[in-house]
Design a binder for this molecule. Structure first.
Ligand code: SF4
Length: 467
């Protein structure tokens, strides 16, 4: 029987499956952070249970941790971090704590340290766990009660999702990146367009992406409503993983790669749905509204709710009101207050390089605050070895410590009410980056261009290319 990549991983992890009931799925790797784990550990304690497989559980501190190098000012955040440390110590779980040289955002360090591997089932109490699907893993976010189930049993109850192939053919044009590619997809599908499905990304444009770009694409699958996003592993994947601290080594590496080569959709296997997108037509994208599906080419005008279909009209009008935008106005040239380059979507070394390539030798526009927040201590060190921190600092940007930072605004980094930010993160919901703050989601290059001009800018104009 012909099977998709998803089918192969699903079938290999089903412990039991009865008709009409959720399957019991074995979980290979459980990633944990300070925000969604305290209740789950407390639930285990109430039942007198231990963590079933501590060796399959890895924890880090990312959401609440300050990125300014100062001690934690917030009592609740300090308590969350202390609770996580206590729970990890009690249950024998590896923790990348505040002082670890490998600490960082959970979806950055998992792959970086080689924990994330092809063919695995991976869960975390965090929506953007889909990131790890870039390696040909089935990876998805779970709720707090499910975190408790996985801690206690290393298994999870799951209904089998459907499959959606999103095939990107062609070559991304200059100025466009993986972030633009996925923003264009979400704009086309809508925020609920992939609900109930696991997306497999295929096509020549996906094969041409490096691993970090593939992570950016899979990261935002959830924003189209998908349960997960995945990409079949290939030579790019193997080259990126080889030699990482927790990847197999020696003979085990060769055996693993042999096994991983079979992790691809069989010729003739069918998906429940397929859509095809021409990547060569994707320009630099930006969001104008309050969900990631409200995206347009950076050169386009803000849509008019009156011209939208009736179901979308009210949400669009509400979004424009919150964003302080008028129907039909261009976003290009709109003054902005803050630029945030970071998050599990775009805080890897290649993202830092992309932003630095635009900012090198230039100055941040007067009055604009620019935060550049590497995704991990490893990314930070590597960027500093290349002198990227100097590029940002010399331009007038802040070079921060790793963490979720302004992606979630629960660690002291936030925008003020009414301010506009161009952000490389993944969610532009009302108040996500600070109460009353207004977020335009974009790529690292587009964010860096806005930092230099102080306005929403088509980065291609700074590259000497077409507009
Ligand atoms: S960077 Fe943002 S989306 Fe990613 S894990 Fe942190 S809070 Fe979640």
């Amino acid at each position: 029987m012909k099977r998709t990549l998803f089918d192969k991983i699903w079938d290999a992890h089903v412990v039991t499956e009865e008709a009409g009931r959720p399957a019991v799925l074995y979980i290979d790797l459980h990633l944990v952070h300070e925000v969604t784990s305290p209740q789950a550990f407390a639930g285990l304690a109430e039942r007198g249970l231990a963590v079933h497989r501590p060796g399959k559980t890895v924890a880090t501190m990312d959401h609440s941790i300050p990125t300014n190098g100062l001690p934690i000012a917030d009592d609740a955040a300090r308590n969350q971090l202390r609770t996580l440390a206590d729970n990890c110590k009690k249950h024998g779980i590896t923790l990348y704590d505040a002082d670890s040289p490998h600490r960082g955002i959970v979806h950055v360090i998992g792959p970086e340290l080689g924990y994330t591997q092809p063919g695995m089932t991976i869960v975390c109490g965090d929506s953007h766990t889909s990131t790890h699907g870039a390696f040909g893993a089935l990876a998805f976010g779970i709720g707090t009660s499910e975190v408790e189930h996985v801690l206690g049993s290393q298994c999870l109850l799951q209904r089998k999702p459907k499959t959606l192939e999103v095939r990107f053919e062609g070559t991304l044009p200059p100025g466009a990146s993986a972030k633009d590619l996925v923003l264009a997809m979400i704009a086309e599908l809508g925020v609920g367009g992939a609900t109930g499905h696991v997306i497999e990304y295929t096509g020549s444009a996906i094969r041409a992406l490096d691993m970090e770009s593939r992570m950016t694409v899979c990261n935002m699958s959830i924003e189209a409503g998908a349960r997960a996003g995945m990409i079949a592993p290939d030579e790019v994947t193997f080259a990126w993983l080889e030699g990482r601290a927790h990847a197999p080594a020696g003979a085990a590496w060769n055996a693993a790669v042999d096994r991983w080569r079979g992790l691809r959709t069989d010729d003739g296997a069918s998906y429940d749905r397929t859509i095809v997108i021409d990547a060569s037509l994707i320009p630099p994208m930006i969001t104008f509204g309050t969900n990631p599906g409200m995206g347009i080419p950076v050169t386009a005008a803000v849509p008019n709710p009156e011209e939208a279909d009736p179901e979308a009209r009210a949400a669009l009008a509400k979004a424009l009101l919150y964003m302080g935008l008028s129907p039909g106005e261009p976003l290009l040239g709109r003054a902005i207050d803050v630029v945030f380059i970071g998050s599990c979507t775009n805080a890897r070394l290649s993202d830092m390089r992309a932003a630095a390539s635009v900012m090198r030798g230039k100055k941040v526009a007067p009055g604009v605050r620019v935060l550049v927040v590497p995704g991990s201590q490893d990314v930070k060190r590597a960027a500093e070895e290349e002198g990227l921190d100097r590029v940002f600092r010399d331009a007038g940007a802040e070079w921060r410590d790793p963490g979720c930072s302004m992606c979630i605004a629960m660690n002291g980094d936030m925008i003020e009410p009414g301010q506009y930010a161009v952000s490389t993160s993944n969610r532009n919901f009302e108040g996500r980056q600070g109460r009353g703050g207004r977020t335009f989601l974009a790529s690292p290059m587009t964010a860096a261009a806005a930092a230099i001009t102080g306005r929403v800018t088509d980065v291609r104009t700074l590259m000497g290319g077409a507009q």
